[in-house]
Design a protein around this ligand. Sequence first.
Ligand code: HEC
Length: 257
Amino acid sequence: MSEDNKEPTPANQGKESLEKAAMQDEQMQDIHAQLIREKEEPSEGFSPIPVFLVFVIMVLGFWGGIYLVTYSGEFSAKAFDPDYKVASTAPVVREIPLPEIGAKVYRNQCAQCHQADGNGLAGVYPPLGGSSWVTGHPEVMARILINGLNGPIEVAGNTYNGNMPAFGPSGLNLKPKEIAGVITYVRQEWGNEASEMSVEMIESYLEAYASRSTPWQAAELREDLGPVPEPAPEAEPEEDTEGEAEAAAETEVAQAG
Ligand code: HEC
Protein backbone atom coordinates (compact mmCIF):
# COMPACT_ATOMS: atom_id res chain seq x y z
CA MET A 1 0.00 0.00 0.00
CA SER A 2 2.05 2.87 -1.30
CA GLU A 3 -0.65 5.35 -0.53
CA ASP A 4 -0.38 4.55 3.12
CA ASN A 5 3.28 5.53 2.99
CA LYS A 6 2.57 8.91 1.63
CA GLU A 7 0.30 9.73 4.51
CA PRO A 8 1.97 12.64 6.36
CA THR A 9 3.29 11.85 9.80
CA PRO A 10 2.68 14.58 12.40
CA ALA A 11 6.32 15.62 12.06
CA ASN A 12 6.04 15.94 8.28
CA GLN A 13 2.90 17.92 8.55
CA GLY A 14 4.38 20.55 10.85
CA LYS A 15 7.32 21.15 8.58
CA GLU A 16 5.16 21.52 5.49
CA SER A 17 2.79 24.04 7.02
CA LEU A 18 5.68 26.06 8.36
CA GLU A 19 7.12 26.32 4.87
CA LYS A 20 3.78 27.33 3.51
CA ALA A 21 3.37 29.99 6.13
CA ALA A 22 6.80 31.41 5.39
CA MET A 23 5.95 31.67 1.74
CA GLN A 24 2.71 33.44 2.53
CA ASP A 25 4.52 35.88 4.77
CA GLU A 26 6.82 36.81 1.93
CA GLN A 27 3.94 37.30 -0.43
CA MET A 28 2.12 39.36 2.08
CA GLN A 29 5.11 41.59 2.62
CA ASP A 30 5.34 42.13 -1.10
CA ILE A 31 1.71 43.08 -1.33
CA HIS A 32 1.98 45.41 1.62
CA ALA A 33 5.04 47.05 0.15
CA GLN A 34 3.09 47.59 -3.06
CA LEU A 35 0.17 49.02 -1.24
CA ILE A 36 2.31 51.36 0.78
CA ARG A 37 3.99 52.58 -2.35
CA GLU A 38 0.74 53.17 -4.24
CA LYS A 39 -1.34 54.67 -1.45
CA GLU A 40 -2.73 58.12 -2.05
CA GLU A 41 -1.02 60.93 -0.22
CA PRO A 42 -3.23 62.14 2.61
CA SER A 43 -4.45 65.70 2.09
CA GLU A 44 -6.07 68.33 4.28
CA GLY A 45 -9.63 69.70 3.94
CA PHE A 46 -12.89 67.90 3.39
CA SER A 47 -14.95 66.86 0.45
CA PRO A 48 -18.53 68.21 0.22
CA ILE A 49 -21.51 65.89 0.77
CA PRO A 50 -22.70 64.62 -2.57
CA VAL A 51 -25.79 66.49 -3.75
CA PHE A 52 -27.71 63.31 -4.18
CA LEU A 53 -27.14 62.42 -0.53
CA VAL A 54 -28.52 65.80 0.54
CA PHE A 55 -31.53 65.10 -1.62
CA VAL A 56 -32.02 61.66 -0.10
CA ILE A 57 -31.81 63.13 3.41
CA MET A 58 -34.40 65.78 2.55
CA VAL A 59 -36.76 63.22 1.10
CA LEU A 60 -36.33 61.09 4.22
CA GLY A 61 -37.04 64.09 6.43
CA PHE A 62 -40.17 64.93 4.48
CA TRP A 63 -41.37 61.36 4.58
CA GLY A 64 -40.65 61.23 8.31
CA GLY A 65 -42.77 64.30 8.89
CA ILE A 66 -45.69 62.85 6.99
CA TYR A 67 -45.26 59.55 8.77
CA LEU A 68 -45.37 61.24 12.17
CA VAL A 69 -48.41 63.28 11.31
CA THR A 70 -50.20 60.16 10.09
CA TYR A 71 -49.09 57.51 12.54
CA SER A 72 -47.92 59.28 15.69
CA GLY A 73 -51.24 58.60 17.44
CA GLU A 74 -50.86 62.16 18.71
CA PHE A 75 -47.89 60.95 20.76
CA SER A 76 -50.28 59.50 23.29
CA ALA A 77 -49.18 56.52 25.33
CA LYS A 78 -52.75 55.30 24.95
CA ALA A 79 -52.06 54.70 21.27
CA PHE A 80 -50.63 51.31 22.28
CA ASP A 81 -53.90 50.30 23.90
CA PRO A 82 -55.68 48.06 21.38
CA ASP A 83 -59.02 49.55 22.42
CA TYR A 84 -57.84 53.11 21.87
CA LYS A 85 -59.43 55.08 19.08
CA VAL A 86 -57.52 58.06 17.81
CA ALA A 87 -59.68 61.14 18.19
CA SER A 88 -61.52 62.07 15.02
CA THR A 89 -59.17 63.72 12.59
CA ALA A 90 -61.76 66.38 11.73
CA PRO A 91 -60.38 69.73 12.90
CA VAL A 92 -62.15 71.17 15.92
CA VAL A 93 -63.84 74.34 14.74
CA ARG A 94 -64.10 76.99 17.39
CA GLU A 95 -67.40 78.80 17.23
CA ILE A 96 -66.35 82.44 16.92
CA PRO A 97 -68.74 84.73 18.78
CA LEU A 98 -70.82 87.04 16.57
CA PRO A 99 -69.40 90.34 17.91
CA GLU A 100 -65.91 89.07 17.15
CA ILE A 101 -66.85 88.25 13.56
CA GLY A 102 -68.63 91.58 13.39
CA ALA A 103 -65.64 93.58 14.60
CA LYS A 104 -63.60 92.16 11.76
CA VAL A 105 -66.30 92.76 9.15
CA TYR A 106 -66.69 96.30 10.47
CA ARG A 107 -62.98 97.05 10.09
CA ASN A 108 -62.98 95.69 6.54
CA GLN A 109 -66.33 96.91 5.23
CA CYS A 110 -67.62 99.85 7.20
CA ALA A 111 -64.80 101.69 8.92
CA GLN A 112 -63.64 103.48 5.76
CA CYS A 113 -66.91 105.43 5.82
CA HIS A 114 -68.30 105.29 9.35
CA GLN A 115 -64.76 105.40 10.86
CA ALA A 116 -63.21 103.04 13.37
CA ASP A 117 -64.71 104.97 16.29
CA GLY A 118 -68.22 104.74 14.80
CA ASN A 119 -68.57 108.52 14.73
CA GLY A 120 -68.80 108.83 10.97
CA LEU A 121 -67.53 111.89 9.11
CA ALA A 122 -69.31 115.18 9.77
CA GLY A 123 -71.68 115.98 6.92
CA VAL A 124 -70.76 112.92 4.85
CA TYR A 125 -71.10 109.66 6.77
CA PRO A 126 -73.53 109.44 9.69
CA PRO A 127 -72.41 108.15 13.09
CA LEU A 128 -73.37 104.65 14.25
CA GLY A 129 -72.66 105.19 17.93
CA GLY A 130 -75.75 106.74 19.50
CA SER A 131 -77.86 106.41 16.34
CA SER A 132 -81.47 105.39 16.98
CA TRP A 133 -81.52 103.71 13.56
CA VAL A 134 -78.88 101.33 14.86
CA THR A 135 -80.28 100.61 18.32
CA GLY A 136 -83.98 100.56 17.38
CA HIS A 137 -85.88 97.69 15.80
CA PRO A 138 -83.33 95.16 14.51
CA GLU A 139 -85.18 94.84 11.22
CA VAL A 140 -84.24 98.45 10.39
CA MET A 141 -80.54 97.68 10.41
CA ALA A 142 -81.13 94.42 8.57
CA ARG A 143 -82.93 96.36 5.82
CA ILE A 144 -80.14 98.96 5.56
CA LEU A 145 -77.43 96.34 5.38
CA ILE A 146 -79.18 93.96 3.00
CA ASN A 147 -80.35 96.54 0.44
CA GLY A 148 -78.44 99.75 1.13
CA LEU A 149 -79.80 103.22 1.81
CA ASN A 150 -80.00 106.56 0.02
CA GLY A 151 -81.76 109.86 0.20
CA PRO A 152 -81.84 112.26 3.11
CA ILE A 153 -81.71 110.79 6.59
CA GLU A 154 -81.52 112.45 9.98
CA VAL A 155 -79.10 110.87 12.39
CA ALA A 156 -78.51 112.24 15.88
CA GLY A 157 -79.80 115.67 14.92
CA ASN A 158 -77.88 116.07 11.63
CA THR A 159 -79.14 115.41 8.14
CA TYR A 160 -77.12 113.34 5.70
CA ASN A 161 -77.77 112.60 2.08
CA GLY A 162 -75.50 110.01 0.60
CA ASN A 163 -75.34 106.44 -0.62
CA MET A 164 -74.90 103.49 1.64
CA PRO A 165 -73.96 100.39 -0.36
CA ALA A 166 -75.90 97.11 -0.06
CA PHE A 167 -74.24 94.16 1.64
CA GLY A 168 -76.90 91.58 0.77
CA PRO A 169 -76.98 89.32 -2.30
CA SER A 170 -77.63 92.27 -4.62
CA GLY A 171 -74.58 94.10 -3.30
CA LEU A 172 -71.37 92.97 -1.68
CA ASN A 173 -73.02 89.66 -0.80
CA LEU A 174 -71.64 89.06 2.68
CA LYS A 175 -72.46 85.76 4.36
CA PRO A 176 -75.45 85.74 6.74
CA LYS A 177 -73.05 85.16 9.62
CA GLU A 178 -71.02 88.23 8.64
CA ILE A 179 -74.08 90.46 8.35
CA ALA A 180 -75.47 89.18 11.66
CA GLY A 181 -72.05 89.68 13.21
CA VAL A 182 -71.54 93.24 12.05
CA ILE A 183 -75.07 94.25 13.07
CA THR A 184 -74.57 92.72 16.50
CA TYR A 185 -71.21 94.44 16.82
CA VAL A 186 -72.52 97.86 15.81
CA ARG A 187 -75.57 97.50 18.10
CA GLN A 188 -73.33 96.77 21.08
CA GLU A 189 -70.28 98.96 20.48
CA TRP A 190 -69.52 102.63 21.32
CA GLY A 191 -72.00 102.67 24.17
CA ASN A 192 -74.83 101.16 22.11
CA GLU A 193 -76.80 98.63 24.10
CA ALA A 194 -79.16 96.75 21.81
CA SER A 195 -80.00 93.10 21.33
CA GLU A 196 -77.90 90.77 19.26
CA MET A 197 -78.82 89.88 15.66
CA SER A 198 -78.71 86.11 15.43
CA VAL A 199 -77.82 84.28 12.25
CA GLU A 200 -81.34 82.77 12.14
CA MET A 201 -82.86 86.24 12.34
CA ILE A 202 -80.77 87.64 9.51
CA GLU A 203 -81.48 84.56 7.42
CA SER A 204 -85.21 85.21 7.67
CA TYR A 205 -84.66 88.90 6.84
CA LEU A 206 -82.52 87.88 3.87
CA GLU A 207 -85.35 85.68 2.65
CA ALA A 208 -87.72 88.61 2.91
CA TYR A 209 -85.51 91.29 1.32
CA ALA A 210 -82.96 89.57 -0.93
CA SER A 211 -85.21 90.03 -3.96
CA ARG A 212 -85.54 93.78 -3.39
CA SER A 213 -83.25 95.57 -5.82
CA THR A 214 -83.57 99.21 -4.71
CA PRO A 215 -81.95 100.75 -1.66
CA TRP A 216 -84.18 101.94 1.18
CA GLN A 217 -85.24 105.53 1.82
CA ALA A 218 -85.12 106.73 5.39
CA ALA A 219 -88.86 107.41 5.36
CA GLU A 220 -89.80 103.78 4.66
CA LEU A 221 -87.23 102.17 6.96
CA ARG A 222 -89.61 102.08 9.93
CA GLU A 223 -92.71 101.04 8.00
CA ASP A 224 -94.32 97.61 8.30
CA LEU A 225 -91.81 96.21 10.72
CA GLY A 226 -92.38 92.68 11.95
CA PRO A 227 -92.51 91.87 15.64
CA VAL A 228 -89.17 92.11 17.41
CA PRO A 229 -87.88 88.56 17.61
CA GLU A 230 -87.32 87.23 21.11
CA PRO A 231 -83.66 87.58 21.95
CA ALA A 232 -82.03 84.30 22.76
CA PRO A 233 -81.97 83.81 26.53
CA GLU A 234 -78.54 84.70 27.77
CA ALA A 235 -76.82 82.25 30.04
CA GLU A 236 -76.11 84.16 33.19
CA PRO A 237 -72.89 83.21 34.91
CA GLU A 238 -73.82 81.46 38.15
CA GLU A 239 -72.60 83.24 41.18
CA ASP A 240 -70.47 81.33 43.57
CA THR A 241 -72.63 82.01 46.64
CA GLU A 242 -71.58 78.75 48.27
CA GLY A 243 -67.98 79.82 48.56
CA GLU A 244 -69.00 83.15 50.04
CA ALA A 245 -71.22 81.47 52.64
CA GLU A 246 -68.37 79.17 53.60
CA ALA A 247 -65.98 82.07 53.96
CA ALA A 248 -68.54 83.91 56.12
CA ALA A 249 -69.01 80.85 58.35
CA GLU A 250 -65.27 80.55 58.75
CA THR A 251 -64.83 84.14 59.88
CA GLU A 252 -67.69 83.63 62.32
CA VAL A 253 -65.97 80.60 63.80
CA ALA A 254 -62.73 82.53 63.98
CA GLN A 255 -64.47 85.37 65.78
CA ALA A 256 -66.22 82.97 68.18
CA GLY A 257 -62.88 81.32 68.97
C1 HEC B 1 -69.19 103.83 1.08
C2 HEC B 1 -69.42 104.34 2.41
C3 HEC B 1 -70.18 103.47 3.37
C4 HEC B 1 -69.90 102.20 3.77
C5 HEC B 1 -68.77 101.30 3.29
C6 HEC B 1 -70.88 101.85 4.75
N1 HEC B 1 -71.75 102.89 4.93
FE1 HEC B 1 -73.30 102.95 6.21
N2 HEC B 1 -73.88 104.71 5.47
C7 HEC B 1 -73.19 105.44 4.53
C8 HEC B 1 -73.96 106.62 4.19
C9 HEC B 1 -73.54 107.67 3.19
C10 HEC B 1 -75.10 106.58 4.97
C11 HEC B 1 -76.25 107.56 4.92
C12 HEC B 1 -77.13 107.19 3.76
C13 HEC B 1 -78.14 108.26 3.42
O1 HEC B 1 -77.79 109.42 3.46
O2 HEC B 1 -79.26 107.89 3.08
C14 HEC B 1 -75.02 105.39 5.77
C15 HEC B 1 -75.97 105.01 6.71
C16 HEC B 1 -75.84 103.94 7.55
C17 HEC B 1 -76.76 103.62 8.63
C18 HEC B 1 -78.01 104.36 9.02
C19 HEC B 1 -77.67 105.73 9.58
C20 HEC B 1 -76.95 105.67 10.88
O3 HEC B 1 -75.88 106.29 10.96
O4 HEC B 1 -77.41 105.03 11.82
C21 HEC B 1 -76.29 102.49 9.24
C22 HEC B 1 -76.90 101.76 10.40
C23 HEC B 1 -75.09 102.11 8.53
N3 HEC B 1 -74.84 103.00 7.53
C24 HEC B 1 -74.34 101.00 8.82
C25 HEC B 1 -73.24 100.57 8.07
C26 HEC B 1 -72.54 99.34 8.32
C27 HEC B 1 -72.80 98.38 9.46
C28 HEC B 1 -71.60 99.22 7.34
C29 HEC B 1 -70.63 98.09 7.10
C30 HEC B 1 -71.17 96.77 6.92
C31 HEC B 1 -71.69 100.41 6.51
N4 HEC B 1 -72.71 101.19 6.97
C32 HEC B 1 -70.88 100.66 5.41
C33 HEC B 1 -72.00 105.11 3.95
C34 HEC B 1 -71.36 103.88 4.10
